[in-house]
Design a protein around this ligand. Structure first.
Ligand code: ISE
Length: 344
């Protein structure tokens, strides 16, 4: 493997965006990954930027992402800016020859995501990893190992449930699919080890007078190899956050259980804590994701979810949005995967 960074030394990371997600990554890189140090942070909120820089000891602060990417002290970049900036910043990292962990979605449309893939392919080596952190969640990994072991027989169906507590203001159908359900789309491909062939999306608007909004989205899938699947994405459940997957094989079923806390029985009631958001539910996954990313860079190049995965998830996301608008099933057309993305 051609090395992106020739180093057994700590890798100097620059983090773009220090809000909820970026702030968590800064914290994890600083306290949980011995092989990394955050040397630069960028945010347009200058007060937050100063607080985060002081807390992690970053020596450089920027209010412009491109300035951070081109700074010579920055060896690798983590992008946690708003979705609409992802593709442009990821391409800047590729142009600078710097590895990048880009939060999902890689772009807000498949066409934009393809530009990232094209830039990476032109450079002839992988630099981009996309933040599909569920690949690092212990329970998801167990499901994947079990299905890949063949013990359950051939996989027949995927089912994903994605419950978000609330959204204010109401979200658009596009946003619920491209920002939230995109995780489930990636899980559906990853778990099944097959591509999605058709999608059929139905949804309930958040405000019945505004059909462009969505609170509940249901996506039915068919796969190229004949399996089927479904994704339920609730943007406004009102009670908490849950993500689960279930795989049905010929001989059995394997599924995660989002409710990780102890079960309490009291006063003729049984109860369990439901987590509030993804930062709670995927706390371990986010740590393992950045650890694995930094380790992969020390070994040569990123090995986690690729720009290709980021692109294909957006092709499927665009098809889901088109299906929601037309009220009809839509076929998913995926071009041939370029050689640099072969895993293993
Ligand atoms: C958010 O951006 C995430 O990435 C979370 O994992 C997801 O559950 C949530 O729906 C998204 O808005």
């Amino acid at each position: 493997m051609r090395k992106v960074l020739m180093s057994n030394q700590a890798i100097n990371v620059g983090v773009i965006g220090t809000g909820g997600m970026g702030g968590r990554h800064v914290n994890n890189l600083t306290h949980e990954v011995a092989a990394a140090q955050v040397v630069a942070v960028m945010d347009v909120d200058e007060a937050r930027l100063r607080t985060v820089a002081a807390a992690c000891g970053a020596r450089h602060t920027f209010t412009d992402g491109h300035a951070l990417i081109s700074h010579p002290d920055v060896e690798a970049v983590l992008i946690a800016a708003p979705d609409r900036f992802h593709a442009d910043l990821a391409r800047a990292c590729i142009a600078a020859g710097k590895p990048v962990l880009c939060e999902k979605p890689l772009a807000t449309t498949a066409a934009e995501a393809y530009n990232v893939v094209a830039a990476e392919v032109a450079g002839g080596r992988r630099l981009v990893q996309v933040g599909f952190m569920r690949e690092y969640d212990p329970a998801h990994c167990q499901v994947k190992r079990m299905i890949d072991s063949g013990a359950l027989g051939k996989a027949l169906a995927f089912s994903g449930t994605h419950i978000n507590a609330s959204s204010d203001p109401a979200r658009t159908v596009e946003d619920v699919i491209s920002n939230s359900a995109v995780h489930d789309i990636h899980s559906a491909r990853w778990m099944m080890g097959d591509e999605i062939a058709t999608v059929y999306t139905s949804y309930v608007p958040s405000d019945p007078r505004r059909p462009e909004t969505a609170r509940m989205v249901l996506i039915q899938l068919t796969y190229s190899g004949g399996a089927i699947g479904q994704i339920e994405c609730n943007a406004e459940a009102g009670y908490g956050y849950e993500v689960d997957v279930k795989m049905t094989g010929e001989r059995g079923v394997v599924q995660t259980n989002s409710l990780r806390s102890a079960v309490v029985r009291l006063a003729n009631q049984q109860s369990q804590w439901v987590e509030e958001d993804w930062l709670q539910r995927f706390d371990e996954a986010y740590i393992d994701e950045v650890r694995a990313w930094v380790h992969s860079l020390q070994q040569g190049a990123p090995t986690g979810p690729s720009a290709w995965d980021g692109y294909v998830s957006m092709v499927v996301s665009d098809a889901c949005i088109a299906s929601a608008k037309r009220g009809q099933p839509v076929a998913v057309e995926i071009p041939e995967m370029p050689g640099i993305y072969q895993r293993g």
